[in-house]
Design a protein around this ligand. Structure first.
Ligand code: PRP
Length: 233
């Protein structure tokens, strides 16, 4: 019987160093002591799914805050206490999000909290663990992007970047405006691939890790975010 060769999906993929990406104009590494502690909870393999979900949501709040740090606002007024009128701000741009299933679901709730008027769409992408190629199995996207000024793509992990690139390609068929990817951990290879693939996107990460292992897992990483979130194997 013929013996099959062991799968080596990372063969022929040159991995850039971390240093090659740090400082890139369209890559933001979000730094905050509270984000660092949430990231530690996510990396800890003992963290059970509910605590993992909570830490992912907390981390997403920091990423969202960084991605919208320079967002323009317009003045508004609201009724205040004791019959007063209070002046305030509202966002000047219309945002929408696209979550990459499954793990991107863990980033949805902070979107609803902080951007309550932003619609949230989904793209289901499954990475084939043998070839590391993305397989799109579901899409729920807007018929028109005319009412969207800025799109946020949510996926906790950028490993080879294949899943996010497949999602970006789908979105770019109809959307040509600013696109920000919010992700907790990225590997240099995936980040470089995405930045090279689309000059109109920027990336916000809590951590840029060292590299991918032979199976395409981020090191040190946190394992498979979808499995960690949903308690699956
Ligand atoms: C994981 C992760 C990303 C993708 C990253 O999802 O959540 O979507 O892999 O890998 P890539 O950058 O090499 O494409 P997975 O395919 O395991 O699906 P899941 O979210 O349903 O677990």
């Amino acid at each position: 019987m013929e013996r099959s060769e062991p799968l080596d999906p990372m063969r022929d993929r040159h991995q850039p160093t971390r240093a090659a990406l740090v400082g890139h104009a369209r890559l933001t590494l979000v730094e905050h002591p509270l984000l660092a502690t949430q990231l530690t909870v996510l990396r800890d393999i003992r963290t059970p799914p509910p605590a993992f979900a909570a830490a992912l949501a907390q981390a997403t709040r920091f990423l969202l805050g960084a991605a919208l740090a320079g967002a323009p606002t317009t003045p508004t007024t609201v009724p205040g206490h004791s019959g007063t009128t209070a002046s305030g701000h509202q966002l000047a741009r219309r945002y929408a999000a696209v979550a990459i299933l499954r793990a991107g679901l863990g980033m949805l709730w902070p979107m609803h909290e902080l951007l309550p008027s932003a619609p949230v769409y989904q793209i289901g992408v499954r990475r084939d663990e043998a070839t590391l190629r993305p397989d799109i199995y579901a899409t729920n996207l807007p018929h028109s992007y005319a009412a969207i000024d800025h799109l946020l793509l949510l996926d906790p992990m950028l490993a080879t970047g294949g899943s996010a690139r497949a999602a970006v390609a789908l979105l770019r068929a109809g959307y040509h405006g600013p696109l920000s990817i919010l992700s907790v951990i990225g590997a240099p290879l995936g980040v470089q691939m995405l930045l090279n693939a689309d000059p109109g996107l920027d990336i916000f990460l809590a951590a840029l890790d060292d590299r991918l292992d032979d199976r395409g897992f981020i090191l040190p990483g946190l394992g498979d975010a979808g499995d960690r979130l949903f308690g699956t194997q």
